[in-house]
Design a protein around this ligand. Structure first.
Ligand SMILES: Cc1ncc(COP(=O)(O)O)c(C=O)c1O
Length: 441
């Protein structure tokens, strides 16, 4: 392709995901390389990456350790059949993941994306109750503004109307309210108000009866729905209600896991134990697609005990690329970096600075709320009349022109800083954001 110009023929065939295709093809933003905390575009410009790719490259782009691990793996074993055969890397990685997640989350099932993790977790939950002799427990409960990927189960429990409305009927589900309360606007970190919202689960139990409910799924800190940290005590309260009613609690940690919240998992950070936990994105530092669903010992044992003769499948589910050798090698290298460089601890140390700089934007044009936790933050912008997504889109485009990448999602601008970002880079990103809001006022 030419360095700076793309023709209609070059751009036409690719139907881009979650992208305004017509706008992009009229004004392409092509990323051709990356280095550390920068993306490099087709004109050679260095753009500061304020979202870690898509919340996945926390250790910085193109880490040589991951490159080397992938190269070595590709030369040794490119692929091994995932069904009825194994390779050592996937077992090593499962043990590694077991060692970094809290409590009795001991069994790791591999997928290739966050969406696949969610489908896997939801199927696991339904099957678990069937195997335990309660086949009526099938209903799944999510939460408004929650994002659990784009497949039918994840869409059903997801709470972003725009992602759902085109696609018709999906899986039996219901939703808790989101936890955004007017009294919590501009609060820093976890809001003090809102624990009571977890009590809505009791109302859904009263409505549907616990005998019909398999699981509740939430992101401990909502990510792409606009960075919504949980109210103090809220997750504990959900855990308590789930336990009291024999309902599984699933934490979708595709964004909150592996460093972003200042710990290896949000479950650890908030000291709340889910029954199933999903990881993806940061698992390979974005280098190779991979996801992991980590289940409790009780869930795994239930499947094994009900498995029948030893040649029979205990869980008829999986993907051609589950535990792929190259992804496993990338993940082992990425986890090594995360742990040896103490990146979650760095997030804890640096997040007060990020918080302070982000909240300096209070009072900027159209900013109606600011939220943050760890290295995730969002500006909530007042909608243009009838066009709620217009303003964040314009802000993100203008930022790109200035050499900064931020994410727009519905009525928010979202930041997911690389864990290795320097203080001066954080400051320049937020200064540019402040300027942009003024320019576009
Ligand atoms: C919490 C959560 N779950 C699931 C997903 C879906 O992940 P993927 O895009 O890899 O399918 C995402 C993606 O942003 C996510 O944030």
């Amino acid at each position: 392709m030419a360095a700076t110009q793309f023709t209609h023929e070059q751009l036409d065939a690719y139907w881009m995901p979650f992208t305004a295709n017509r706008q992009f093809k009229a004004d392409p933003r092509m990323v051709v390389a990356a280095e550390g905390v920068h993306l490099i575009d087709h004109t050679g410009r260095r753009v500061l990456d304020g979202v870690s790719g898509l919340w996945c490259c926390g250790a910085g782009h193109n880490r040589p350790e991951i490159v080397a691990a992938v190269q070595t793996q590709l030369k040794t074993l490119d692929y091994a059949p995932a069904f009825q055969f194994g390779h050592p890397g996937a077992f090593e990685l499962a043990n590694r993941i077991r060692s970094i997640v809290p409590g009795a989350l001991d069994y790791v099932f591999f997928a290739n994306s966050g969406s696949e993790c969610v489908e896997t977790a939801l199927k696991m939950a339904r099957a678990y109750w069937r195997l335990r002799g309660q086949p009526g427990k099938t209903r799944l409960i999510g939460r408004a503004r929650g994002y659990h990927g784009v497949n039918f189960g994840g869409l059903a429990v997801g709470g972003i109307a725009n992602n759902r409305k085109l696609f018709g009927q999906s899986v039996e589900s219901d939703h808790l309210s989101h936890t955004l309360l007017p009294q919590n606007t501009f609060c820093r970190g976890l809001p003090q108000q809102g624990r009571h919202l977890a009590e809505q689960l009791n109302e859904l139990i009263a409505l549907h009866d616990a005998s019909t409910i398999a699981a509740v799924i939430v992101e401990p800190v909502v990510g792409s729905g606009g960075v919504i940290p949980p109210p103090v005590g809220y997750l504990q309260q959900l855990r308590q209600i789930c336990s009291a009613n024999d309902i599984l609690l699933i934490f979708d940690e595709v964004i909150s896991g592996l460093g972003r919240c200042g710990a290896l998992t949000a479950a650890e950070r908030f000291d709340v134990q889910p029954d199933i936990l999903t990881l993806a994105k940061q698992l390979t530092n974005g280098a190779v697609p991979m996801g992991a669903v980590v289940a409790s010992r009780d869930i795994y044992q239930t499947f094994m005990d009900a498995g029948g003769a030893d040649y029979q499948l205990e869980f008829p589910h999986g993907y051609t690329y589950s535990g792929h050798p190259v992804a496993s090698a990338a993940a082992l290298a990425a986890l090594e970096i995360l742990v040896t460089e103490a990146l979650p601890q760095r997030v804890v140390a640096m997040s007060p600075h990020f918080e302070e700089a982000l909240h300096q934007l209070r009072g900027s044009p159209h900013v109606v709320d600011i939220r943050n936790y760890g290295f995730a933050g969002a500006l909530h912008l007042a909608p243009c009349p009838g066009e709620p997504a217009r303003r964040p889109f314009d802000v993100a485009l203008r930022m790109w022109e200035k050499g900064f990448y931020v994410r727009c999602g519905a009525d928010t601008i979202q930041l997911g800083l690389p864990f290795v970002m320097a203080t001066a880079q954080i400051d320049s990103l937020l200064a540019a954001l402040g300027e942009t809001l003024v320019e576009l006022a």
